[in-house]
Ligand binder design. Sequence first.
Ligand SMILES: [Zn+2]
Ligand SMILES: [Zn+2]
Length: 375
Amino acid sequence: MSKTYYETLGVTQTASFEEIKRAFRVKAKACHPDYHPDDPDASAKFKEINEAYEVLKDEQKRAAYDRYGHDAYVNGMNGQGGFGQGFGGFDFGGTGFENIFDEVFNAFGGGRRRGPAGPARGSDLRYNLEIDLAEAYAGVKKSIQVETYVKCDTCAGRGGKNLETCATCGGTGHVRTRQGFFVVETECPVCHGTGKTVKDPCPDCKGTGRLRKKRNLEVNIPAGVDTGVRMRLAGEGDAPLNGGETGDLYVFVSVKEHPIFKRDGADLYCEIPIPMATAALGGEVLVPTMDGKGETVKIKPGLQTGSDMKLKGKGMPILRTNSFGDLYVIFRVETPTNLTQKQKDLLREFAAAGQNNQSACDDFLSKIKKIWKEL
Ligand SMILES: [Zn+2]
Ligand SMILES: [Zn+2]
């Protein structure tokens, strides 16, 4: 069992990003090779610290690391298996249906950084898909257009004939550059981390082994999805440079606000205005439901604003089950405005007939009187 990245940086597994950053700075300074030119261990230690920080500073990489454990992660997860369910905290913006790949995830660990590189893995891509509540309720098949790198058929993704070792990086796939205080190891800009260059480049892909292409994909959105649900289309991401495994495409779903229903998980909330007379006398009212049928509910005489009612099973479907959430109806009594003369007369008559049923008002008044007396 090797040292975990947390141990390398000397922080706990629950450390915040700020704590990790601070620990990294202190440690990196302490063993920076430039300050310890005679200490052969310093360089190795510095590399270790950098490696730990690379992973722990990145929310997704850290999540994957926590999930799979140090050894599994370091031995090359290659991004397989996804980043675990339901990480929240992304900003979905109102991107709708345009082709937006605003986030390019690089594969976790493994692969490129740990040269001498074999074929790299293509980037995982993100597509933001906005759907409306009715689509989330029923489930929907969406066709999306994406533009990704695909393997060049002419050279079968190899980039051309006669591969030779990259002269820039000596075949390691990475180069060391100085960024201010630190020496950073980055992907070789010439061979893009593969360690190989092509002597006779393919004319179609100019030696990269891939081409950009617009493609139409179908996405099956299951009933019950909510904002934050992420769907993985395996192998639909970018083809890598010079052959290797294609990345995945992640479709991030967001559900638009509905004009009537508010959603909380599988439950829905809906405010229904009730005419004053119906509220006082009782009656029936039609409540809209997501299945489009609506449901007539009985109102008891004396309904108050803010009182609610639960319609069991009239909420959203629960993802990958046959169950449904509930619909909560919240009533709001409407005080009439723009009264006609006749209505005004009737209401005055009503008021003059005594307000024996206004117990809340009477209670309130007696409370106020009591407070005044105490002052
Ligand atoms: Zn190179
Ligand atoms: Zn080609």
